[in-house]
Design a protein around this ligand. Structure first.
Ligand SMILES: Nc1ncnc2c1ncn2[C@@H]1O[C@H](COP(=O)(O)OP(=O)(O)O)[C@@H](O)[C@H]1O
Ligand SMILES: [Mg+2]
Length: 242
């Protein structure tokens, strides 16, 4: 289908118990799509299925492009510098010398990492710097579909703003379609035009909300209302978003 980058159709997934039930959604070309849902409902599982890291029990996932995923834990190798972490995937692909250096430089600059940041080992870098390195490590492989799992979680305000600006720059420079999972509603709604709200586990799509053209307050009100509805229908889930 034209203009479509990813399509999830009637996906079901269980581990010891059902986690995802009948999930259908789509991601359009160059869209920034949000996924919102209570803690433990299955958002990471859904992203892993989209990335092909997990197989659905039923249903089907179609991706029309190369997928890159950034996990909530940055998963950087502690014994390597940020530069080496970003370069690793390209080295595996056989890139060497100037070409390797050029690519790492391009994407590191794009996410706002300085030369001195790149020389750090992960434990010496701030949370925001590590998150940017994880983002650069995914981008350097030049995905067409970018999946971000809780990109703002654990970052302070300054780091969140800085990461948001980096993402906006990336979207203006590259042809990327993006899915963001976040329980930080404000950050998410500042970036996305359309949001799927998931129910508590087992996750179903409760609502698809277009927030395009709305100001931040209206966006927040609209999505909070949807969450309030699904949570008030679910006894025992008084911890809405964590
Ligand atoms: N590999 C796995 N094996 C068993 N259970 C899993 C596995 N991955 C996730 N789960 C379970 O699936 C549910 C949803 O997890 P997850 O997708 O991480 O939720 P979320 O990202 O929305 O917090 C949780 O109950 C979790 O324990
Ligand atoms: Mg998760």
């Amino acid at each position: 289908m034209a203009g479509m980058m990813l399509r999830v159709s009637s996906v079901h997934k269980s581990f010891s118990e059902p986690v995802l039930t009948d999930i259908s959604l789509h991601l359009k070309e160059r869209e920034v799509l949000g996924l919102v849902g209570p803690n433990g409902c299955g958002k990471t599982t859904l992203l892993r299925i989209m990335a092909g890291l997990e197989t659905p029990d039923r249903g089907d996932v179609k991706v029309m492009g190369k997928v890159g995923i950034v996990f909530q834990e940055d998963r950087l190798l502690p014994w390597k510098t940020l530069w080496e972490n970003i370069a690793l995937g390209l080295k595996y692909r056989g890139l060497r010398g100037e070409e390797l250096i050029g690519k790492v430089k391009e994407y590191s600059e794009m996410v706002g990492l300085s030369k001195s940041d790149l020389a750090l080992h992960p434990r010496k870098a701030s949370g925001g710097t590590r998150r940017k390195a994880a983002l650069a490590r995914a981008l350097v492989l030049e995905p067409e579909i970018l999946l971000l799992d809780e990109p703002f979680t654990g970052l302070d305000v300054k780091a969140r703003i800085s990461l948001r600006e980096a993402l906006r720059l990336i979207w203006s420079e590259y042809e990327l379609s993006t899915v963001i999972v976040s329980h930080q509603l404000e950050e998410l709604l500042l970036l996305t035009g359309r949001v799927y709200v998931l129910t508590p586990k087992p996750a179903r799509i409760a609502e698809e909300i277009s927030v395009e053209g709305m100001d931040l307050k209206s966006r927040l009100d609209r999505v909070k209302e949807a969450l309030y509805h699904i949570l008030s229908r679910t006894p025992g889930s008084e911890e809405p978003l964590s």
